[in-house]
Design a binder for this molecule. Structure first.
Ligand SMILES: Cc1ncc(COP(=O)(O)O)c(C=O)c1O
Length: 215
């Protein structure tokens, strides 16, 4: 095992040799520069002072609605756990899902969802995006042929849930990713119930993963 003291410090050593448990403790955390606090404080300020217009955003923050130092550490930890390049936190899981659908779907587009997925996701699809001219197919994701058969030329998003809540159905994430990419669609996986302790959907080709962190 490498000697922690031979690197530039235990923190740097930990970030090089992370297991899941150490990822959760160390990822994204740097000692706070003003006081040296090892753990990131909870920054409650909504606004951050700027020294001048010329140096705007020099310290990386202006308004917590866009970026907040405490949330940034949580985002870095979640990205490390999911083995993702980047993570973004939202006020709730549904806020993340509505933003994802609004990002990938336009009037005339088609999206495929698991038939037993989280009820509010189904309602969001039918009641909001359905009214905006997006069509949805609710399919049994344990049946890969059924997913393939549901793909249309205008399919832009395959939204899997791993596993589905509440029916706990699993799917083959790698095949779902391949099917999506074959037609130029995105594969987004809501793996709230599994969490990155069990599966990292990005490693199976998903383009994006969603977690409702209250679970
Ligand atoms: C699989 C799944 N996705 C999304 C959500 C929504 O998350 P939130 O309650 O944080 O909006 C839930 C909530 O139970 C869920 O189970």
């Amino acid at each position: 095992m490498p000697n922690p003291l031979s690197c530039s410090g235990p923190h740097k050593w930990a970030t090089k040799h992370l297991q899941v448990a150490t990822e959760m403790v160390h990822a994204g955390v740097e000692p706070e520069p003003h006081t040296g606090a090892i753990l990131t404080p909870i920054f409650q300020s909504s606004v951050f002072v700027q020294a001048s217009i010329e140096t705007y955003l020099e310290k990386g923050h202006s308004y917590s609605g866009s970026r907040n130092p405490t949330v940034a550490v949580l985002e870095a930890k979640i990205a490390a756990l999911e083995k993702a390049a980047v993570a973004y936190c939202f006020g709730s899981g549904m806020a993340a899902i509505v933003t994802t659908m609004a990002t990938f779907l336009r009037h005339g587009d088609h999206c495929i969802l698991p038939d037993g997925c989280y009820s509010t996701t189904q309602e969001l699809a039918r009641d909001l995006f359905g009214q905006l001219g997006v069509t949805f197919s609710f399919v049994d994701f344990t049946n890969l042929a059924a997913i393939e058969a549901a793909i249309h030329p205008n399919t832009k998003l395959i939204f899997s849930e791993y596993p589905t809540n509440p029916t706990l159905a699993l799917t083959d994430l790698a095949t779902v990713s391949r099917l999506a990419h074959q037609v130029g669609a995105k594969h987004v996986c809501d793996s709230t119930l599994a969490s990155p302790m069990v599966v990292c959907p990005l490693q199976f080709g998903a383009d994006m993963v969603i977690q409702s962190t209250t679970k």
